[in-house]
Design a protein around this ligand. Sequence first.
Ligand SMILES: Nc1ncnc2c1ncn2[C@@H]1O[C@H](COP(=O)(O)OP(=O)(O)OP(=O)(O)O)[C@@H](O)[C@H]1O
Ligand SMILES: CCCC(=O)O
Length: 355
Amino acid sequence: MFRILVINPGSTSTKLAIFEDENEVLNETVRHTSAEIEPFEKITDQYEFRKKVIENFLNKAGYPLSSFSAIIGRGGLLKPIPGGIYSVNEDMLKDLKSGKYGEHASNLGGLIAYELAKEVEIQSFIADPVVVDEMMDIARFSGHPDFPRKSIFHALNQKEIGRQLAEKLGKDYEDSNLIIVHMGGGISVGAHKKGKVVDVNNALDGDGPFTPERAGTLPLTGLIDLCYSGKYTLDEVKKLIKGKGGFVAYLNTNDGREVQEKIVKGDEKAKLIYSAMAFQVAKWIGKFAAAMNFEVDGIALTGGLAYDKDMMVPWISERVEFIAPVYTFPGGDEERALAMSAFRALKGVQKINTY
Ligand SMILES: Nc1ncnc2c1ncn2[C@@H]1O[C@H](COP(=O)(O)OP(=O)(O)OP(=O)(O)O)[C@@H](O)[C@H]1O
Ligand SMILES: CCCC(=O)O
């Protein structure tokens, strides 16, 4: 029996799971408020904070590190690579630590998996990192050659949910046209055409709907003026867009459930902001339906906000269900997707890639 520890650091949470072969033994989501995260200037500064969360989880669960066969973490901003499982090696560690390809919570997945695995001399992996790139060439244009569009998104969950949605529709993933919307701390909307994510918003880089903690696409001239106003440093502007944008900027929270509670208590501003997010998500779904000539078999809503079946889900669905049937996969299935990659690699039935 293989016992696998799964580490999934998201922008607003750390999700942890223990699998024994294909069976999930434990799964816990530790949520991090914006007040908790804000003091950390860089993602790597969160290393000790997140590692402690994992150690507490293991202590509480009563599983010593030495009882695991392998550790798999969600990764990470790396050079663009094909999907699959990768062992964490020195080159990967260097890129994750330096933030050469950017900063994201999932960079910590590979880093912490490696350090913990080293302590007990077991293998560490990452799988389907956020940089998986299957974009069609026509989608790479932004409008200026200095700014090509990039494929950075919730690849792990989008691929897993794509497969689950295709199965629900009685089709093969490789033979379906799907739109998958992951709504977490960040939001990505992906056009999955015959098993490839041919177009997707860059969820990290001012491209897409606004999110619980990100500004999404902004009016460009206003942003340029702000950059040159002398009021903000470069890091402050970056934080304004990612970390202090979206719900955080409008409502001072990154928690969708808190926004819901405000709405239920009659807060009209909260209702308007929450419905504006649903409106923007629906518009991006329409955009990617056009990217697939409106030949869409199904639409999936997943990520934390897809738990909200009273407001977020119906407010999006009512605008887009004429395109294709809408299904929800609340939360997603990232931990299982990671664990199954590690399981297949340990069994020797999936090739382990070298970064
Ligand atoms: N029942 C719920 N209703 C509404 N919002 C919810 C619910 N449960 C979680 N959320 C919200 O979903 C968001 C977090 O989603 P998720 O856990 O998928 O994100 P994450 O893993 O932190 O980040 P990301 O998925 O972008 O990497 C938060 O705003 C959280 O408050
Ligand atoms: C880039 C995908 C993950 C996120 O939005 O946080």
